[in-house]
Every structure is written in structure tokens, then in C-alpha cells.
Design a protein around this ligand. Structure first.
Ligand code: CA
Length: 129
């Protein structure tokens, strides 16, 4: 892995989008772990160390807002980027209130997503210094 490679947890239940995110982040040099439901996301996120979590809102078993709250309660400094449905202001507001650091609206541009992942990590890293 290159020195600026990040370990990213991707949480998305749509197989096509999950693969697209995994491929996109992988091509950008990051190490990706992808899960497809909220319970798995919370388990993995609590158990392992990640630099950034990409978290869909609408998920099977547990929604992304509750996953976000659970992760945030245990790991206050973990950068969380919510993936919200287009035009859903409610998703965005709930996500931010649930402790998300930022959000991107689906469908998102590849460059924007990668830039937001890196920016979120930079801010989190700076906050730890
Ligand atoms: Ca979904």
C-alpha cells in the first residue's frame, strides 16, 4: 500500500454500487472492506480500525443513521461519510445529527467522492495532532 492509502469501510446494499465504490477506491490506492447490511457494518466498524467509513442510509437489518450513532458513540474521531438519496434533505439532516461528518448525494461523481474521502481523512488526522 502507498503511504497515503486509506483503509475504508464501504457499507452499501446495492451490489452494483458496492462494487463500483470498491473498484473506485481500490483504483485510487485504498484498501477497501465492503459490507452489505447495517449490523455487519456496526460489527466491523467497532471491531477493526478504519480511516474512513462510507455509509449508505437505507440498509437491511439496521439503517445507516443508527449504524452511524453506534459507531460515533464508541469511536468519536472516526470519519463517517454518509451516502444519501438524491433530494432527501431528511437523510442529510438525520445523518448529520446522527454524527456523520459529511455526506455525498447519490448519484455522485467519482472525483467528488474520492476528494471528499481524502478531505475527511485529512481533517480527522489534523484534529488528532
Ligand atoms: Ca441502500
Amino acid at each position: 500500500m502507498s503511504p497515503d492509502a486509506l483503509k475504508v469501510l464501504v457499507v452499501e446494499d446495492e451490489p452494483g454500487l458496492r462494487k463500483a465504490l470498491t473498484d473506485l477506491l481500490g483504483r485510487d490506492g485504498h484498501h477497501v472492506v465492503a459490507v452489505e447490511d447495517g449490523v455487519s457494518a456496526l460489527e466491523r466498524g467497532l471491531r477493526d480500525a478504519y480511516d474512513v467509513v462510507l455509509l449508505d442510509v437505507m440498509l437491511p437489518r439496521m439503517n445507516g443513521i443508527d449504524v452511524c450513532k453506534g459507531l460515533r458513540a464508541a469511536k468519536p474521531g472516526l470519519p463517517i461519510l454518509m451516502l444519501t438519496a438524491r433530494g432527501s434533505e431528511e437523510d442529510k439532516v438525520n445523518g448529520l445529527q446522527g454524527g456523520a461528518d459529511d455526506y455525498v448525494t447519490k448519484p455522485f461523481g467519482a472525483k467528488e467522492l474520492l476528494a471528499r474521502v481524502r478531505a475527511l481523512h485529512r481533517r480527522a488526522a489534523a484534529a488528532q495532532d
